[in-house]
Design a protein. Structure first.
Length: 94
């Protein structure tokens, strides 16, 4: 799972610590999630439909992190994670 070679900005590390988001969750979302373009960056997320497809293959990981995976978004610029955030309510993915 950790073959992405992502770099994390200081901002990302700080926000993850403040928001209680695991680096493993960020890697999982980037590797398996969908993304939307946002200027030059990409916003990654995993919705329930994607999660249900992944449940059997990644059972042990999702048992521990399912809620966190569903409620976290990641902004990536090439191979650098800019920030991670909690998705609250209906998030507009534009």
């Amino acid at each position: 799972m950790h073959n992405l070679n992502l770099k994390y900005t200081k901002h990302c590390n700080l926000r993850c610590q403040q928001r209680g988001i695991s680096i493993d969750v960020i890697d999982f979302i980037v590797e398996h999630g969908k993304f939307k373009n946002s200027h030059r960056d990409k916003k990654y997320y995993i919705n329930k439909k994607i999660l249900n497809k992944l449940k059997h293959k990644h059972r042990t990981f999702l048992k521990k992190f399912e809620k966190q995976v569903l409620k976290t978004g990641v902004i990536l610029n090439k191979d650098t994670v800019i920030t991670a955030f909690k998705i609250q309510g209906n998030f507009i993915w534009n």
